[in-house]
Design a protein around this ligand. Structure first.
Ligand code: AMP
Length: 396
């Protein structure tokens, strides 16, 4: 397999799949350029060696063909600003104009192709469309982790047209390496923190993690299904009754596998799902009717923090409570701070999938953890142990 670090791009046209699906406001201004920043190391490596770059991405969810609001022309200026050079743009990702521009690219030049999803063949993963895209480059680099779980034309199908010249970009490489550090080559003790709204959306991850971790900290809305499964009274908390048996099974498996599970012993409970609600602290297994658990309590925070600070490898997926509301943010904030502190003490920490990424950003701790994943859904599936088509296509 080719590695980007060892590949010589001199004189090559590199077709790079990036994830520039950036948020835009109503004035078509980019409100968060993280994804563009994240692709820069790969682009610069190619350019610095005398290669040229053809960038391809999707933006939003266009329905039937081109839609002005999803045009990638809106992000040209930002790419130029971040990259520090002018770039070319083609208003279709295939066709005469696009080929003319890509074939005439000189060393050090960059061309951005229009939104791939203006062609429905992209999402359908059509072979002929992938072949048409492949015409643009001598070498294919996939650096779009956010779409690696999709078998689309530009993310997976295209790779077969570059049997000896396909590779991951630096960003995907880092994502793969981070997951591997957590799940395969981990330094123990390993602690997984899984929160968020529902057990149902995290069940496969939890099952996959039981074979890999020493400690499993459960938080967020899903904690109440576990607490109820243990026989607790959880008032009006979010409960998935269909998952009570599953929760029991997980608790039993954890005992069998010697994994220590932390279900929050206490909770901040509220009489409404609102920042203006009346709140109180109470044991998670004895929440009064009319109240719902919206954050982990002081005792749970202390226990979780102690566990995190004693860990050498940490995975965090999903918030501990409704951290979007100030009254229920403390649990998530304290966990975020503990993960940052453990990292400073030498632990490896990966924050990925779900709203935990938003949480570390909210508490300005993103640069204090080892890796914050750029791929929500892709990271979730990767942690579930699934094979991601975009990754498999490069490895095969
Ligand atoms: P997820 O996308 O599964 O990581 O879920 C994130 C969402 O779960 C966030 O929007 C939180 O507000 C929500 N959440 C966290 N804790 C609770 C809770 N105790 N009850 C209801 N929702 C929660």
């Amino acid at each position: 397999m080719q590695k980007i670090a060892n590949y010589n791009f001199s004189g090559k046209r590199a077709l790079v799949r990036v994830d520039f699906n950036v948020p835009l406001n109503e004035k078509m201004e980019i409100t968060d350029d993280t994804r563009i920043q994240a692709a820069i190391p790969t682009i610069k490596k190619i350019l610095s060696e005398g290669g040229s770059v053809i960038l391809m991405s999707h933006l939003g969810r266009p329905k039937n063909g081109p839609e002005e609001k999803f045009s990638l022309k809106h992000i040209v200026k930002k790419i130029e600003e971040v990259l520090g050079q002018t770039i070319l743009f083609s208003d279709d990702c295939v066709g005469d104009d696009a080929y003319k521009k890509s074939s005439r690219l000189k060393a050090g030049e960059v061309l951005l192709l229009e939104n791939l999803r203006f062609h429905q063949e992209e999402k359908k993963g059509e072979l002929n469309f992938a072949k048409a895209l492949a015409e643009h480059g001598d070498v294919y680099v996939n650096d779009a982790f956010g779409t690696a779980h999709r078998a689309h034309a530009s993310t997976a199908i295209i790779a077969q047209f570059f049997p000896n010249d396909k590779m991951f970009g630096y960003l995907i490489e880092k994502e793969i390496e981070s997951v591997s550090k957590v799940l395969n080559n981990s330094v123990h003790p390993v602690t997984a923190i899984v929160g968020g709204a529902k057990v149902s959306s995290k069940i496969i991850i939890i099952e996959n993690l039981l074979d890999k971790v020493n400690n499993l900290i459960i938080g967020g809305g899903m904690a109440y299904t576990f607490a109820k499964a243990q026989g607790g009274c959880v008032g009006n908390s979010l409960i998935e009754n269909d998952y009570l048996d599953t929760a029991k099974e997980i608790l039993n498996k954890a005992i069998a596998k010697n994994v220590k599970i932390f279900i929050p012993t206490d909770s901040v409970v509220a009489d409404a799902f609102s920042n203006d609600a009346n709140t109180q602290l109470c044991p998670t297994n004895n929440i009064p009717e009319g109240f719902m658990g919206l954050d982990i309590g002081e005792h749970a925070i202390a226990k979780n923090v102690e566990c995190i600070l004693n860990s050498k490898t940490i995975l965090w997926n999903g918030p501990m409570g409704v951290f979007e509301m100030s009254k229920f943010q403390k649990g998530t904030e304290m966990i975020a701070k503990a993960v940052a502190e453990a990292t400073q003490k030498g632990a490896f920490s990966l924050v990925g999938g779900g709203d935990s990424v938003a949480a570390v950003n909210k508490f300005h701790l993103a640069d204090k953890v080892s890796h914050v994943s750029t791929g929500g859904g892709a990271m979730l599936e990767y942690l579930e142990g699934k094979e991601l088509p975009g990754i498999a296509a490069i490895l095969s």
